[in-house]
Ligand binder design. Structure first.
Ligand code: AHR
Length: 335
């Protein structure tokens, strides 16, 4: 009898425990469901960013700036893809963003052409695309919502103006040009603007011109070849970015010449490291190209998601710096 009572008590206890355990599990599950629902309703807006690569100091600064977006606004999430300077990688990244149903795609295109098909896929999926930094050439302008970045042609013209201001229109200049990535809007625009800017300088001659793909290593390689074939003739270097100029400065020194003195060095970007070369007298000027595009990209994305109009071209603000300003400006450089 006593045993029967004990068994009955234990069975009841087990039943009650199981019931409460069941309730506990149910409560937890429901709680989890409730939390999930709450998260769903406050779902973060996702920006998928297809970056060019990591070829320069400028690029690293741009990536860092765009990666601040979730910190600037925690209701946003950023998915990042490094295209390693290959268009096919960027196209794959865009397709993956479309499959993941991101809210906005931001594309920094390595080259201008060849985007129509994938941008049409994004449009069909109703995902707005913001083109960042470098432009695209597409047959249908409605394939992207807007462009955020610099005026590359204006940058090329500013480089030309630096030479005209320094040497005068009638000077005899033998210019070596190290181009950026062939087919990129940065390379096409800077070259075009520069040529236009020196058009009425009869003795400004571009004696050498080759791509250094925007990298320091290739800039050095290209300048080594220039110095071997025409080192005594070249008196100006126009490099489409600071990194290639830094590589070229090494090549000029290794060829026994003084960069900044024997060869006037002018570039584009305005990275901190190049400012140090100006301070040291090895480089003469740079035209600023602003990579700190994260805050403007966020603002543009917010406007689009709120259904508000955006400027077709959101231009970044930029200056020009010479070696004379470099010491004062160096501590202010943010990239
Ligand atoms: O598109 C911007 C250019 O790309 C920058 O001038 C260069 O440094 C970068 O790699």
């Amino acid at each position: 009898m006593k045993n029967k009572k004990i068994i009955a008590f234990l069975s009841a206890a087990i039943l009650v425990t199981t019931m409460f355990a069941g309730c506990g599990t149910k409560a937890t599950t429901d709680g989890a469901k409730a939390t999930k629902t709450a998260t769903d309703t406050s779902k973060k807006k996702v920006i998928g960013f297809a970056q060019v690569g990591a070829e320069s100091g400028w690029r690293t600064a741009e990536t860092a700036s765009i990666k601040t977006i979730p910190t600037l606004d925690p209701t946003f999430e950023l998915k990042f893809s490094d295209g390693q300077q290959k268009q096919e990688n960027q196209i794959k990244a865009i397709r993956s963003f479309i499959a993941q149903k991101v809210d906005i795609i931001a594309l920094d295109p390595v080259v201008e052409n060849g985007w129509d098909t994938v941008l049409k896929e994004a449009k069909d999926a109703k995902i707005p695309v913001i083109i960042v930094d470098r432009g695209v050439k597409v047959s249908d302008q409605s394939l992207y919502a807007g462009f955020l970045g610099s005026d590359m042609e204006a940058e090329g013209k500013k480089v030309a103006k630096i030479l005209v201001d320094k040497f005068g229109k009638d000077a005899k200049l033998n210019i070596a040009e190290i181009q950026g990535t062939v087919g990129s809007s940065a390379m096409v625009g800077r070259q075009k603007g520069f040529k236009e800017g020196i058009a009425d300088c009869p003795n400004y001659k571009i004696v050498k011109s080759q791509t250094g793909d925007f990298t320091r290593a290739k800039g050095k390689e290209v300048m080594e070849a220039f110095m071997k074939s025409d080192g005594n003739n070249i008196n100006v270097l126009f490099s489409h970015n600071d990194d290639m100029a830094i590589g070229a400065i090494q090549a000029i020194e290794e060829a026994g010449k003084k960069p900044g003195k024997d060869i006037f060095v002018v570039a584009v970007d305005g990275i901190k490291e190049y400012f140090q070369f100006m301070v040291d007298g090895k480089a003469n000027a740079t035209v600023e190209c602003n990579p700190l595009l994260g805050p403007q990209l966020l603002d543009t994305a917010k406007l689009i998601l709120a259904g508000k109009p955006i400027d077709r071209w959101v231009k970044s603000k930029e200056g020009v710096f010479t070696a004379a300003q470099a010491t004062a400006e160096l501590p202010n450089r943010k990239y």
